[in-house]
Design a protein around this ligand. Structure first.
Ligand code: CP
Length: 326
């Protein structure tokens, strides 16, 4: 089977067809194999320049993109907007064009405004990766979550996945939702009624307000952080009440389906959406998600640079292995 990677940018998972998502996940598998080698580096992106441009804080996404680019032998630059000319009032487009004329091949951007990476994609003839835009999407987080689920469960089709918490302000929830629905999962969302948007019902998502009912029989529970930084009002009485109604505890986990995967994109708020016992317990794959993030981001960088041509998934993996040995 041949599959084309037809994109210059990765801005979101909405509208990405099943075969393209599967190509990224299959390529991530080959990239993960590189991680287990003694020399964790292949020359695939030698000579390419990858720029991290983050207007919001990040630990996991920024570091893993940097490691992913380094493992593919790209030159990497990380721009901290607090020490750049952004603080002097330089616009987003002027900043991006400045990086482009210095030779950037790919800009990875996180921004508080939904649609900011789309603006760059429309105006610059280089690849743009969305590392999280406002409350819109965080596509590589969605992909690494899909990859982690597939590694454990074999496939996504037919699984029941519960996404719990502050869905309203979560770009992770949206990217997960698009990817999971495309790959044939049954998606449930649960949280205070103020934090779960009604429109998701029209997309085929089952909406709950009772956490225990929402996790009953679920194969995966993905817990979300309360995004206080994006809240313009009080959406629930207090954190203690939130934890009582929507926090994942050992007691609740004991009633969940055997083999349930507990996921969280991080950073976690221990004692709010998840207890330490669950976060650090055997059902949790939270740190595995972080590790998988490097392989998935390597795959995305690799496909964006080498994509836009017909390939077989086997070719993607084997050419990578060959390049590593040469
Ligand atoms: N999950 C996630 O995006 O984490 P960071 O904010 O640390 O990048």
């Amino acid at each position: 089977m041949t599959t084309k990677f037809p994109y210059q940018h990765l801005l979101g998972l909405r509208g990405i067809p099943r075969e393209t998502i599967e190509l990224i996940l299959d390529t991530s598998r080959a990239m993960k194999e590189v991680h287990s080698r003694k020399v964790k580096k292949v020359p695939t992106l030698r000579g390419k320049i990858v720029v991290n441009l983050f207007y919001e804080p990040s630990t996991r996404t920024r570091t893993s993109f940097e490691l992913a680019a380094k493992r593919l032998s790209a030159d990497t630059v990380s721009i901290s907007t607090t020490t750049s000319s952004v603080v002097k009032g330089e616009s987003l487009l002027d900043t991006a064009h400045t990086l482009r004329v210095m030779g950037a091949d790919i800009i990875i951007m996180r921004h508080s405004s939904s649609g900011a990476p789309h603006l760059l994609a429309e105006n610059l003839n280089i690849s743009i990766i969305n590392a999280g835009d406002g409350i819109n999407e965080h596509p590589t987080q969605g992909l690494l979550d899909l990859f982690t689920i597939r590694e454990h469960k074999g496939q996504i089709q037919g699984l029941t996945v519960t996404i719990a918490g502050d869905v309203r302000h979560s770009r992770v929830a949206r990217s997960n939702m698009w990817g999971l629905l495309t790959l044939g999962a049954r998606v449930r969302m649960v949280g205070p009624p103020t934090l779960v948007p009604k429109y998701v019902r029209d997309l085929g998502v089952e909406v709950y307000t009772d956490f225990d009912k929402a996790i009953d029989g679920a194969d995966v529970v993905n817990l979300l952080r309360i995004q206080k930084e994006r809240m313009t009002a009080n959406f629930f009485p207090n954190l203690r009440e939130y934890n009582r109604l929507y926090g994942m505890s050992s007691e609740r986990l004991a009633n969940a389906k055997s083999g349930v995967l507990i996921m969280h994109p991080g950073p976690i708020n221990r004692g709010v959406e998840i207890s330490s016992e669950v976060a650090d317990g055997p059902s949790s794959v939270i740190l595995e998600q972080v590790t998988n993030g490097i392989a998935v981001r390597m795959a995305v960088l690799y496909l964006l640079v080498t994509g836009q041509r017909e390939r077989s998934t086997e070719e993607g993996a084997s050419s990578l292995l060959w390049e590593a040995e040469s």
